[in-house]
Design a binder for this molecule. Structure first.
Ligand code: ADP
Ligand code: MG
Length: 332
């Protein structure tokens, strides 16, 4: 069911004035809104419907965000239920570009990609430290903030905590209603088949994201993809499954520009057998820092805590067009 379209100036919970629609994911529609109580811009995710499983996932997201206080995790501001029963969640709005869009308008160089991945690895380490697995690491869930015409790589933010599970309950890939969710291209084999998951499952998602940043596509994106239709949230959705992911190890594209140490790291984080995979995001972070050092990047220095790169004209134009389109869509 398509969520109701709020109009500009619609007010949620007597306090959040909708400004425009930002995005639409598997769980809900996200709007930018003005918080009239705090005079700040927020992002409000409103669930697609009142499905019980979805309400549980919103509750998961709320409870994980409440426990996480991290500069690269959106800060929780509020949560509640719409009059029609759909849950919503309110976090700080982050002005930026998602990694999947960045890939199209300003592909990252190798050292830039390494800093992004390192930032996400450190954030994941903080998430794992409170006993939570993210389970949906992918470029679409990662946003690089833009400030004063720069992309702030060291503030790369991990979004979307709907799929999270406590480590002790991370056995299922399915939702409570017996349906299936997630993004197969970035999911570890054990998650695809609903087996027990550990920190190594997020290691795979991080590796698949890094693979895309380095090679321009997800691992095994070239093999024949089989599309299945699943009932998700009461409506049929197409899901792409890659059976080879379950039976084969990822073979990396050969590229002489990629250092051997990075190839070795990618092979180790993308192993299909989770027991043979690199086991912790902390180890991935250490390896990424070593690779940055190997390629002679000054960003490997301990004082490189604020790495910014110029947006460039193409990405700047893309952002401006996006803002115009959003304003137009809302009759401004
Ligand atoms: N705090 C935020 N600031 C800016 N944009 C956001 C924020 N949270 C989400 N978005 C945008 O909304 C999209 C969907 O959000 P997400 O939390 O991933 O929802 P879903 O669970 O439906 O996938 C994101 O891909 C991103 O473009
Ligand atoms: Mg999402």
């Amino acid at each position: 069911m398509e969520a109701e379209q709020f109009t500009m100036e619609s007010v949620i919970a007597g306090r959040y004035t909708i400004e425009h629609r930002i995005g639409r994911g598997g769980e809900g529609v996200v709007y930018a809104a003005h918080d009239t109580a705090r005079h700040a811009t927020v992002a409000i995710k409103v669930a697609h419907d009142r499905d019980k499983g979805l309400a549980k996932r919103f509750e998961r997201e709320r409870s994980v965000l409440e426990r996480l206080c991290h500069p690269c995790v959106p800060r929780l501001r509020d949560a509640g239920t719409m009059p029609d029963g759909r849950p919503f969640i309110v976090v700080d709005y982050i002005f930026g570009i998602r990694l999947d869009h960045l890939q199209q308008v300003r592909p990252l160089s190798l050292d830039e990609a390494l800093v992004c991945a390192l930032t996400v690895a450190r954030t994941l380490d903080a998430i794992h430290a409170i006993g939570v697995l993210h389970r949906d690491i992918k470029p679409r869930n990662i946003l690089v903030p833009v400030r004063d015409g720069d992309l702030v790589l060291t503030q790369t933010t991990l979004l979307d905590y709907c799929m999270t599970r406590d480590v002790t309950h991370a056995e299922e890939g399915r939702t409570s209603s017996g349906t299936w969710s997630g993004t197969p291209l970035y999911m570890a084999p054990e998650q695809l088949v609903g087996r027990a998951q550990t920190a190594a499952t997020d290691v795979f998602g991080l590796g698949a994201t890094l693979h895309e940043l380095v090679f321009g596509h997800a691992p095994m994106a070239h093999v024949v993809q089989h599309t299945f239709t699943y009932q998700i949230f009461g409506e049929p959705r197409e899901v792409i499954l890659v059976p080879e992911r379950l039976t084969e190890d990822v073979v990396l594209p050969s590229d002489p520009a990629i250092p051997r140490s990075l190839t070795e790291l990618l092979e180790s984080v993308l192993r299909k057998d989770m027991t043979k995979r690199c086991q912790s995001v902390e180890l991935v972070a250490t390896a990424l820092l070593d690779i940055l050092r190997d390629v002679g990047s000054s960003w490997a220095e301990p004082n490189a805590t604020d790495v910014r790169i110029a947006l460039g004209p193409t990405a700047q134009e893309w952002l401006t067009n996006r803002e115009c389109e959003r304003a137009k869509a809302w009759g401004r």
